[in-house]
Structures are given as structure tokens and as C-alpha cells.
Design a protein around this ligand. Structure first.
Ligand code: FES
Ligand code: FES
Length: 158
């Protein structure tokens, strides 16, 4: 049975209708055009599908659409309009921290979630913060350095 679920996506009100058991990953990609949200494993293991759900990092492949009522969802399509994104974007580019790019939307949202809680993390804290996001290309060091750079260059933004 289909239901109507009202939530906020990147600052805009959404009234979505469908099977409440569908996963947020599929709703975002297939119904709402949020193709930055990637599908890797569908098991909560890779972080490619990461979004911010009420400000906290969430694997959208594990979230049923029916529980979204009243929630705020942020994807890279929304986050990329922010000043914080610009700082992270510059830092990732300057450290050559993007190779194939598949993990990067999730990595950047993971960085945002971390820096929102801890604006000046240590390298170890960054590694822990992104530990739910797998990257098969970079070896992680450049990503960690980029997030550390962003935390310094974006002082006052987080
Ligand atoms: S697709 Fe969701 S964690 Fe891998
Ligand atoms: S840049 Fe390719 S998976 Fe991370």
C-alpha cells in the first residue's frame, strides 16, 4: 500500500508517494533526481549512499522511506551550494583526493558531518570519521589531508 511522506530535501518541501518500505537511496535516485547518491553495496558497508538525515550521516540504503516523515535530508545536490562545500571542494582538489569520484559525495558529506561535530579534528579523528566510507582508489591519505586542510581553511564556518 502506498503512503504519502512529507519531508524536506535540500531545503525544499517534498511530498512523496510510494511504498514505505522502499529505501531512501532508491527514492532519492529514481524518483527525486539525486544522482550524487551512489549505490555501492546496499548493505550499509560502503558509505557511497551517504546523506545527511536531520544533520547526521546516514546510509540511505538502510533507511525506509516510511520513516522520513518530518525529516530533513541533505544530499550533495544541496550541500554543494554552501560555503562549507566550497572549502571542502578546494581542499579535495588541491590534495588530488578525487580519482574515480564514486565515493566522493559520501566522503564529503561524511567530512561535513564530522566537522559539524568537531571543527578541528586530529588525523586520527578524521580517519575514524570517514571509516564508514570506502574508497578503492586513493588509499585515503589524500582524503584525510584534504579534510584536515578544510578544517583549517574553513575556520569559523564549522
Ligand atoms: S550502498 Fe549504502 S552503504 Fe553501500
Ligand atoms: S575516488 Fe574512486 S572510490 Fe574513492
Amino acid at each position: 500500500m502506498n503512503v504519502t511522506v512529507d519531508f524536506v530535501l535540500n531545503g525544499d518541501a517534498v511530498s512523496w508517494q510510494g511504498d514505505p518500505a522502499r529505501k531512501l537511496l532508491d527514492v532519492l535516485r529514481d524518483d527525486l533526481g539525486q544522482t550524487s547518491v551512489k549505490c555501492g553495496c546496499r548493505e550499509g558497508e560502503c558509505g557511497a549512499c551517504s546523506v545527511l538525515l536531520d544533520g547526521l550521516l546516514a546510509n540511505s540504503c538502510l533507511v525506509a522511506a516510511g520513516r522520513l516523515a518530518g525529516s530533513e535530508v541533505t544530499t550533495m545536490e544541496g550541500f554543494r551550494t554552501t560555503e562549507r562545500f566550497k572549502v571542502l571542494d578546494r581542499a579535495f582538489a588541491s590534495r588530488s583526493a578525487v580519482q574515480c569520484g564514486y565515493c566522493i559525495p559520501g566522503m564529503v558529506l561524511s567530512a561535513e558531518a564530522l566537522l559539524s561535530q568537531n571543527a578541528r579534528p586530529t588525523a586520527e579523528e578524521v580517519r575514524l570519521g570517514i571509516s564508514g566510507n570506502l574508497c578503492r582508489c586513493t588509499g585515503y591519505n589524500a582524503i584525510v589531508d584534504a579534510i584536515l586542510d578544510a578544517s583549517k581553511e574553513g575556520e569559523g564556518l564549522w
